[in-house]
Write a protein that binds this ligand. Structure first.
Ligand code: DP6
Length: 325
């Protein structure tokens, strides 16, 4: 049987950085994110006893390391469904992969939902989220709808994403400013393993429970100013941990810093805009619906920004009928 799923990438307000179990991808802390309406992966999966091997095409290319990750994930699903059939997988992003826009979140969430449906596994959102997490941690947050929290848990069965708010709860806008489509040098999975080498990692862990409490309060009050300051501080803290790891991880580029300085200046001039960053050079610009036009106009004047992608909070993964093959 064949099935197709579409999944959004997500932007973490509280970041997942560091694992206590790298095999099960049990994170060091809870994280909170919003699903992004404009950054999508579509994946079609077909299992068929007549296939001799897994045939995996991602963004029109055969890539050994990405295919291996997909095959390992397919094996998890085959084991659950108790089938041995090989699969054909075709997957497409509508945005550049491996540049820090969390393509593994949307990619693994879409792969999980499509493969489960293709072998008639009827799984709850929670089970799908747990399965997606095994493929890529942040993917578990792309399964449920809207603003989601990944509850870290202590075992595989209690580590999953759940919806805190539906997509229409608060019209926060994430304008992604793409600075370069060059792929990052150190994959995120490797970075998670280095997080605890930072002398500040434990300090971060100690402070996180209160930070999470604060973020939840600002979300419940829809206090954009406090929310934005917290999200920005969290992005900088992520980079502080990465910069002080051993070896040090350096993802920022001059253009990234330029844009951060612009955001700070725009704010001084009265525009309520905040930034967030992941493991890459691109910058997430957060504002409210009323300020989108002004923000877009300002960003359009910066030649270093190659492209922008407008995102609203969106649903999580869903099955669709239009297959890619
Ligand atoms: C900085 O989920 O990509 O974007 O579990 O190894 O696939 P793996 O890592 P991944 O890590 C995401 C890191 C981050 C923060 C976040 O999205 O929470």
């Amino acid at each position: 049987m064949k099935a197709t799923a579409v999944a959004p990438s997500n932007l973490a307000f509280i970041k997942y950085w560091g694992v206590i179990d790298p095999v099960l991808r049990l994170p060091a802390n809870n994280s909170i994110s919003m699903n992004l309406s404009g950054l999508l992966t579509t994946t079609t999966v077909e299992f068929n006893d007549s296939f001799n091997e897994d045939d995996i095409l991602i963004n029109g290319e055969y890539n050994k390391s990405e295919s291996d990750r997909v095959t390992i994930h397919l094996n998890r699903i085959r084991a659950l469904a108790k089938i041995g059939a090989k699969a054909r997988v075709v997957s497409k992003n509508n945005f550049p992969a491996s540049t820090g826009l969390s393509s593994s979140a949307s990619g693994l969430a879409a792969l999980t939902a499509a493969s489960a449906a293709a072998c008639s596994l009827n799984l709850s959102i929670r089970r799908l989220s747990i399965l997606a997490r095994l493929g890529s941690g942040s993917a578990c947050r792309s399964v449920p709808d809207g603003v989601t929290e990944w509850v870290a848990g202590k075992t595989s069965d209690d580590s999953y994403g759940l919806s805190l708010y539906p997509p229409d709860y608060w019209n926060i806008v994430d304008l992604v400013a793409i600075i370069s489509s060059e792929k990052k040098e150190i994959p995120t999975t490797q970075g998670h393993g280095l997080a605890s080498t930072s002398p500040f990692f434990q300090v971060r862990q100690n402070l996180l429970p209160n930070k999470i409490k604060d973020l939840k309060k600002y979300l419940s009050e829809k206090d954009f100013n406090k929310f934005g300051h917290l999200v920005e501080a969290e992005a900088l803290e992520l980079h502080a941990i990465m910069l002080t790891s051993n070896p040090s991880l350096f993802y920022l580029r001059p253009e990234t810093v330029l844009l951060i300085r612009k955001v700070q200046n725009w704010r001084k001039e009265g525009l309520e805009v905040f930034f967030s960053l992941n493991t890459g050079q691109d910058v997430h610009l957060l504002c409210q619906e009323k300020d989108v036009k002004s923000l877009k106009d300002l960003v359009a004047r910066i030649p270093q920004v190659k492209k922008t992608i407008l995102n609203y909070p969106s649903n999580g993964v869903r099955l669709v009928d239009n297959h890619l093959f």
